[in-house]
Design a binder for this molecule. Structure first.
Ligand code: ZN
Length: 278
């Protein structure tokens, strides 16, 4: 229990750092300087007001200086990051694989919350994710060679091959669907004699395509494809809610792709066996 608690606390502290990144990356601010400040009054936040989860509750979601309310996102990011660290540890212990999943999930949380606020993400984040995924595949291949327990039967099961193949197939596949969707949307818009839907002319954004490349780099193409197909199911209820009640069509899709990634990591192999039992 002590280790679990430590992992969770480490997770929420890392979530606090992710909050800084979520606020500063899209605004092109440094993540090192200055130290934490209130986005409303710009006053620095003291360390005792910056304790993950607790400060939010103690301050009753208000800044001590200006009394303006603090977004619930801050609390949510810390809590989710803590839980993701905890679940990864419980399922896989301290291992290279669990470290990889923690990196992937952290990137998911980062891009999801940026997407919720801006409906776009800085392009370099998923590119960095792709590079990290390829790096992980390379390191894992070295582990295999060092242990000289090559139980892999085919070339495509080498982690490095799996990673590279994952990136190319997932990007190619989702880009193909993006073009298909854009074409459909274009026909719809010309039919309705409209320029765009609420300023949007794309079906999937390039951010979503890069995101799937990142998932492919970490998990391989099979789980990447599964993530692609799971996301619409995950988002279904929300999409209906937005279209019917909010009369809108604009949806930040990365949070749903992220939830789909989480499902693919822990239950993906079982789901694939269920769909394709041969
Ligand atoms: Zn303030």
């Amino acid at each position: 229990m002590l280790i679990e608690a430590f992992v969770f606390i480490f997770g929420i502290c890392f979530g606090s750092f992710l909050n800084v990144c979520i606020y500063r990356f899209p605004r092109n601010l440094s993540i090192v300087k200055p130290s934490s400040f209130c986005p409303k009054c710009n006053n620095p936040i003291r360390w005792y007001d910056n304790i993950p989860l607790l400060s939010f509750i103690i301050l009753k979601r208000r800044c001590r200086n200006c009394k303006e309310s603090i977004s619930f996102h801050y609390f949510l990011v810390e809590l989710i990051t803590g839980l993701v660290f905890l679940v990864s540890y419980i399922k896989l212990g301290f291992s290279f694989v669990s470290a990889q999943y923690i990196v992937l999930f952290s990137l998911c949380i980062l891009v999801s919350f940026i997407d919720i606020e801006w409906r776009a993400i800085p392009g370099w984040i998923c590119i960095l994710g792709i590079i990290l995924g390829l790096l992980a595949g390379t390191i894992e291949t070295f582990f295999l060679f060092n242990k000289s327990c090559l139980s892999v039967t085919s070339v495509t099961e080498f982690p490095i091959v799996k990673s590279f193949l994952g990136v190319f197939l997932c990007i190619g596949f989702s880009y193909f669907f993006k073009l298909l969707g854009d074409f459909g949307l274009w026909i719809y818009l010309s039919f309705r004699k409209k320029e765009s839907i609420e300023g949007e002319k794309e079906s999937l954004g390039l951010g979503d395509v890069d995101f799937l490349g990142m998932v492919g780099a970490f998990l391989g193409w099979k789980l990447g494809f599964l993530t692609f197909f799971l996301a619409p199911l995950v988002s279904l209820v929300y999409c209906i809610y937005i279209v019917v009640f909010k009369k809108s069509h604009l949806i930040a899709y990365l949070p749903f792709l992220s939830v789909a990634t989480f499902i693919a990591v822990f239950w993906g192999d079982k789901i694939i066996k269920l769909i394709l039992p041969f």
